[in-house]
Design a protein around this ligand. Structure first.
Ligand code: DAH
Length: 346
């Protein structure tokens, strides 16, 4: 009996499987009800009582060894199956989850591209600014409400009551970059300045405390309001389509005179009136005007020799008009279900 057990043990340890059929024949041969180990267990009844203890132990060890070998070979087969399927070049490719540009980046790039084509460079300025560049040099009166704590995030204020050109704050518009460019460059100047701006606003569908703007500035001799109008018409048609019309409504900004707000004809109804344009046929896009002589002088540019125009627009606003996304918060939440929709755009 001991001899038989030894013999089976060596058969088990030298058994090799390379397929599921081999594994099954192992099982039938050793582990099934009629297999060799079961036969030995049947024979065990005839073993003399004094040998039962030793032989019983050996038999149990044999059974355990056969089961271990079976499980080990089964795992091996499984693994080599996995390897085979991994390397199967005929299987359909896994689609990679590809990323996409954020809609704000798409529109910012598009706007920059349009102005680059007509000779505008790109300039940037700091997000943490001083009052001088954000307000004072842009002709804001000392008591102008935009300087108020309710609108502006101050980092440090020299006097808690009064605004001061040295106060440090988060810029509330990219017009501050105009000032920095004019301080550092001589005309002719033709530049646009994209960037983040910050205002102390409660977050809602229509307002956010962080958003993006693009500022435009053109200074040279004999720059006229007609140049401003023509530049903006070109821009609007490039961004929204050849049929687009614009209109300039008189407005007020401290840093431009005259000032205007520009509307574009509604793309949805073509100007006939619909619920997107609230039945006016027009959608407001940006602020603009002729640079105020006080601003030129504050930046050491001779306002008798040079004139210029400026404009500023919200990138979220332009993206809303382009994609009809009417809730600003969507641009900041980074919900993939929203962002995935812009894949095809670039
Ligand atoms: N800075 C203005 C704002 O944030 C936008 C603006 C209006 C910029 C007129 C300009 C301009 O350069 O000429 O609302």
């Amino acid at each position: 009996m001991l001899e038989k057990i030894k013999n089976l043990l060596s058969q088990i340890s030298s058994f090799n499987v390379s397929s599921a059929d081999d594994l099954e024949s192992f099982r039938l041969r050793f582990l099934s009800k009629k297999g060799m180990i079961s036969v030995l267990f049947d024979d065990f009844r005839n073993v003399p009582a004094q040998e039962k203890k030793e032989i019983g132990m050996k038999l149990n060890e044999l059974k355990q060894a056969a089961m271990d070998a079976y499980n080990r070979m089964k795992d091996q087969l499984q693994q080599s199956d996995d390897v085979k399927t991994e390397n199967d070049l005929t299987r359909p490719a896994n689609p990679f989850p590809s990323g996409s540009r954020h809609p704000i980046s798409i529109v910012r790039k598009e706007i920059i591209d349009i102005f680059s084509r007509i000779g505008f460079t790109v300039s940037e300025g700091p997000e943490i600014e001083d009052d001088n560049h954000v307000f004072t040099k842009l002709n804001f009166a000392p008591e102008h409400p935009a300087r108020d704590m309710q609108d502006t995030f101050y980092i440090s204020r020299i006097s808690p009551e009064d605004s001061n050109p040295g106060d440090i704050l988060l810029r509330t518009h990219t017009s501050s970059v105009q000032v920095r460019v004019m301080e550092n460059q001589k005309p002719p100047i033709r530049t646009i300045s994209p960037g983040r701006v910050f205002r102390n606003e409660a977050i809602s569908a229509r307002a956010h405390c962080i958003f993006h703007q693009i500022e435009g500035l053109y200074i040279d001799e004999n720059v006229s309001y007609a140049d401003l109008r023509q530049t903006l018409l070109f821009f609007a048609r490039e961004l929204f389509g050849k049929e687009t019309r614009i209109r300039l409504r008189p407005s007020y900004f401290p840093f431009t005179e005259p000032s205007a707000e520009m509307d574009v004809s509604c793309r949805i109804c073509g100007g006939k009136g619909c619920n997107v344009c609230k039945y006016t046929g027009w959608l407001e896009l940006l602020g603009c005007g002729m640079v105020h002589p006080n601003v030129l002088e504050a930046c050491n540019i001779d306002s008798n020799k040079y004139t210029g125009f400026a404009f500023g627009m919200g990138i979220e606003r332009a993206a809303m008009l382009k994609y009809q996304v009417n809730d600003l918060r969507l641009y900041f939440e980074n919900d993939l279900r929203f962002l995935d929709q812009f894949k095809a755009s670039f």
